[in-house]
Design a protein around this ligand. Structure first.
Ligand SMILES: CC(C)(COP(=O)(O)OP(=O)(O)OC[C@H]1O[C@@H](n2cnc3c(N)ncnc32)[C@H](O)[C@@H]1OP(=O)(O)O)[C@@H](O)C(=O)NCCC(=O)NCCS
Length: 174
């Protein structure tokens, strides 16, 4: 049995020592909808990018903390994007396998979009999970995103995927 305090979830700015958070997300299971695991070098580059993009104001990446775990349990964040000729944010997430199915991603994503509403100057956040990514599509619906359509992307580059286009209107939180 778990108590409410064990369910507390909060976000912290991405830190220099957070490389292991990305490494724990880089499993075949967790990257099944993202093109598979990245190389060690790609993970180090991604980590450096998370740190750098805070400095340049291009993105806000967070580690996810849970009262039920000593170490961070995943990542969530948002970054600037131009989409259909509009300046918007895009968001993305990952929660480590051992901590999935407990509502952590739902709480973390809600915190993240509230942060974007409070601190950002753009009006919309988009998410683009693959149409067959049941967990991420359920998460978008759960967090109050609206299904705006479908699109064809390449992710990683050169790898075509079909995604849902979910939109959250930040003005609803301001
Ligand atoms: C997507 C992910 C973050 C969900 O994390 P989580 O903490 O388990 O999610 P939550 O427990 O907060 O659940 C959120 C919703 O997803 C649903 N869900 C979770 N796992 C699911 C699954 N495997 N299949 C279907 N629905 C699922 C939950 O039931 C919940 O919906 P509900 O509120 O309508 O019941 C996690 O599965 C993950 O990290 N996946 C790998 C990375 C990834 O695919 N990232 C997204 C790229 S777009």
């Amino acid at each position: 049995m778990t108590s409410d305090s064990e369910h507390r979830v909060w976000l912290e700015r991405w830190q220099f020592d957070d490389l292991p958070v990305l490494e724990r997300s880089n499993t075949p299971e967790m990257t099944a909808f993202l093109g598979g695991p990245e190389s060690d070098k790609q993970i180090v580059t991604r980590h450096a990018k998370f740190l750098h993009l805070w400095e340049t104001d291009e993105a806000r990446m967070f580690r996810i903390r849970s009262a039920a775990a000593d170490d961070p349990v995943g990542s969530v964040g948002f970054w600037k994007k131009s989409w259909r000729n509009k300046d918007v944010y895009e968001t993305g997430w990952s929660v480590h396998t051992a901590h999935q199915g407990l509502g952590i991603a739902g709480r973390a994503l809600s915190e993240c979009i509230q942060y974007a509403a409070d601190n950002g100057d753009r009006d919309q956040v988009f998410a683009f999970p693959r149409t067959d990514n049941a967990a991420s599509n359920a998460l978008c619906r759960r967090a109050g995103f609206t299904l705006a359509g479908e699109a064809d992307f390449e992710y990683p580059q050169g790898h075509p995927i079909h995604v849902n286009e979910w939109m959250f209107d930040l003005s609803a939180l301001r």
